[in-house]
Design a protein around this ligand. Structure first.
Ligand code: NAD
Length: 503
């Protein structure tokens, strides 16, 4: 682990003014290796005073950074991309240790993050405004996009490197400075990516990192110099961030939790559908906001779907991700979260769903302290059960047998969440109907996890998103800039110096 990020008591440092600094915090959390349960570091819970100093530094850096030409700002992202490419494996190892994703999953998420940087490299083209000459007689109109100032990112544990990269590359190329508050459960991936960004040539003060819990977040949300807040996390916190941030005059985009549906129509190619369902439900141990924890087989196909999904899920190998291993599914993030997921399995049984695969039986003798839970499948789930309605965020798949496409569409519309919805079918008309009417902002047609790549926004609906402009892509650029319109008219000179030149 790079030592500059840690002080001599093994506590994470904050990053401000281009340096790693010891935190002045008096409260701390623990960062664990999810595969073993071993404590690997302490994370400080920054106080409001400390946050204030970091925001002040960020604000001071804004003056020069916002005047730096956009092309020059983008060039730093080209350097950053090179640094990330060189450090990809290192980043993936850091993430697998603190988070518990497999190496392949960690690396894939770093690569998705790098696509955000690629997008940011091309941002000057998007920052171009509009113009029209002679909109009225002798009057020209044009628009320009201006940065906002200090922007803040507050991020969840489940994609420790990628989610911060949904935010700061765009914010910075737009000319803002940025303060990141990564999840206190997985600070190292974020700290490492910020170090690589600093090494790419970013001026001091332009990017900062603070750590903490609610106290730190509240200090950011209410700070008078903070202009905009991007948040990704659970729905109750997203709602709180949106309400508190906007009440303090900030722009806020806040992405929340999810419960995504996968419809399998009777004509779907079953090999592909089953692979997609298993990958979607159990990839990253189910800790993904675009996971598909609800599968809705339509009609006669249900028995076969349940049987094949159960068999395929049983073949997944749960094991440690902090070392070379044959694990295809890693541990959950904490013991507390594992207990919560087990609570849902108990609730599912109590509500009468039929357990066809019980992940609680999994044991990992080579790493007994890790937070492991194997893939779990429930059949005969009904829409009103808690396991069909609430976000579990673990490796638990619920099968709700339905009779028609219409019934499936209705379930997506009635869900309190609206992140993703997927259909597997070979029928274009069914796919089109689903695409148009499903109650979610991101639709997959024969695509199990329709998480948009960097060039499209993350368009969650309902209680999966609070705000107007979504995260990533063009909407991200719009979120991090304000528009200025200029109307100009030049009068014919009669008595000015230039008048004699014949204008
Ligand atoms: P979380 O809401 O517990 O934490 C997210 C961030 O908010 C962290 O940085 C945390 O320190 C901070 N936080 C937590 N409680 C707070 C409080 N009371 N006041 C102020 N700040 C607080 O989420 P998590 O458990 O880290 O992440 C998992 C959640 O994130 C899931 O619900 C998942 O669906 C969601 N998520 C959503 C998306 C999306 O795009 N919609 C993407 C990834 C994750």
């Amino acid at each position: 682990m790079p030592t500059a990020m840690l002080d001599e008591t093994n506590t994470c440092r904050i990053f401000s003014g281009g340096k790693w600094l010891d935190s002045q915090a008096t409260r701390f959390g623990e960062v664990t290796n999810s595969s073993t349960g071993e404590v690997i570091a302490r994370v400080p819970f920054c106080t409001a005073g400390e946050v204030d100093r970091v925001v002040q530094t960020s604000h001071e850096a804004f003056a020069e950074w916002s005047e730096t030409p956009a092309v020059q700002r983008a060039r730093i992202m080209f350097n950053y991309l090179e640094n990330l490419k060189a450090a990809e494996d290192d980043m993936a190892r850091i993430m697998s240790r603190e988070h518990g994703k497999t190496f392949a999953e960690s690396k894939a998420s770093v690569q998705r993050g790098m696509e955000m940087v690629e997008f940011a490299c091309g941002l000057p083209s998007l920052l171009m405004g509009d113009s029209i000459e002679n909109l009225a007689h002798g009057v020209d109109c044009e628009t320009h996009r201006h940065p906002l100032g200090v922007c803040v990112g507050i991020t969840p544990f489940n994609f420790p490197a990628m989610v911060p990269m949904w935010m700061f590359p765009i914010a910075l190329v737009c000319g803002n400075t940025f303060v990141l508050k990564p999840s206190e459960k997985v600070p190292f991936s974020a700290m490492r990516e910020i170090e690589l960004l600093h090494d790419a040539g970013l001026p001091e003060g332009v990017i900062s990192v603070v750590h903490g819990d609610k106290e730190c977040v509240d200090a950011l949300l209410t700070h008078p110099l903070v202009q905009a807040v991007s948040f990704v996390g659970s729905t109750p916190v997203a709602k709180y961030i949106y309400e508190t941030g906007t009440a303090h005059g900030k722009r806020v985009q806040a992405a929340g939790g999810a419960k995504n549906h996968i419809l399998v129509m009777p004509d779907a190619i079953l090999d592909q559908s089953v692979n997609a369902v298993v990958g979607s439900a159990f990839g990253c141990a189910g800790e993904r906001c675009m996971a598909g924890p609800l599968v809705l087989p339509v009609g006669d196909v249900a028995d076969e779907v349940v049987e094949r999904v159960t068999q395929a899920a049983a073949k997944l190998k749960t094991g440690p991700t902090d070392r070379e291993s044959n694990a295809t599914m890693g541990p959950l993030i904490t013991q507390e979260h594992k207990d919560l997921v087990i609570g849902y399995i108990e609730k599912g049984q109590a509500e009468g769903a039929k357990l066809t695969l019980d992940g609680r039986k999994v044991s990992v003798p080579e790493a007994p302290g890790g937070y492991y839970l194997g893939p779990t499948v429930f059949d005969r789930v009904t829409p009103e059960m808690a396991i069909a309605r609430e976000e579990i965020f673990g490796p638990v798949l619920s099968v709700v047998r339905i009779k028609s496409l219409e019934e499936g569409i209705r379930m997506t519309q009635e869900s309190e969440y609206g992140n993703g919805a997927v259909i597997y079918t070979q029928n274009g008309r069914a796919a089109r109907e689903f695409q148009r009417r499903a109650g979610a902002g991101m639709i997959g047609i024969n695509v199990g996890v329709p998480a948009p790549m960097a060039w499209f926004s993350f368009t969650g609906w309902c209680r999966s998103f609070f705000g107007d402009l979504h995260i990533q892509a063009k909407e991200g650029m719009m979120f991090y800039t304000q528009q200025k319109m200029t109307m100009s008219r030049w009068f014919k000179g009669t008595d000015g110096a230039l008048g004699t030149w014949g204008f």
